[in-house]
Design a protein around this ligand. Sequence first.
Ligand code: BGC
Length: 355
Amino acid sequence: MRLPFMFACPGRIRLFLTFSCCVFITTCFLSSCNPDVVAKKRPKIGLLMETLKEERWQHDRDFFVAKAESLGADVEVAACNNDDNLQIAQAENMMAKGVDILVVVPHNGEICATIVNKAHAQGIRVIAYDRMIRNCDLDLYVSFDNERVGEMQAEYLTNRIPVGNYILIGGAKTDNNALLFRKGQMNVLQPFIDSGKIRIITDQWATDWQASEAMKHVENALTKTTDIQAVVASNDGTAGGVIQALSEKGLAGKVLVSGQDADIAGCQRVVEGTQSMTIYKPIQPLAETAAEASMQIINDQVVEKALKAINNGKIDVPSILLDPVAVDKNNMMETVIASGYQKKEEVYKNVPVEK
Ligand code: BGC
């Protein structure tokens, strides 16, 4: 019979191996009793997203995960593809796996209150990322000044054509941001409407921010009249649908169209002239701020950047709001491209760079 290696080897080696084993076992035992060593376990963050199909959210995920990992945490990511029940199930699953905090991009800002309530029942805190979660004891909200985004979109269009027929295409009504963008747009448009300078031909919302919905609404509007001066599209995805509908009637580039996100297709349309503007929201600072805040909350530290308080229908939520930037073909270089968010050769793939 073959003896196990330790028993088969000569005496001095056997003594050495036995001693090494004892040292190893004792070290493991002492480490497991030592609170300092136990506390060094890497914290775990659950990042719950609505979708990863739109370009913007892939940037959010990548910047967030990179920063959180550099700060010593592990991140688990899930996307619910616009399914509320799935988003709740994903949250429950992460809680069962022992996440230390949840960072949520809610599909539905009201329904996600359930996630916050369930998390709190287990002592897990929740950050609303980019979109507010309403009517609950949310711990932190990190976003942009979204009402200002809507104002900038409408200001851009009314500064260029202050008289005529406008179409409004809002985003998903289940997204609190879509309501804030519309509020901002109306802050600017209402005086023009009241004085009769601007007429709203169509006022619609795109379910789940779908480009196909935006396209359908504009196609319908164009069956009534093609005398349209501007379309207030709330993001680049829906602007893409709007511009497709306009191009079917030979109107692309002749009607002003707003957007938001500085996604690559949106930026290309801006420099090509079919989309008038986009809003650049610096995603890296947003994601990194949220990752830092996650670590501060996990470590029971003060989130020193949370200087604002935004009411979510139940409480004033400590909030961090970053500033958006309006972009058109004139400042594309010094904003979106200079920051590295999009590459010059990609944005100007189909047209020469303007001086
Ligand atoms: C975000 C926008 C995005 C939209 C659709 C909004 O909540 O603020 O940046 O385009 O959702 O995903």
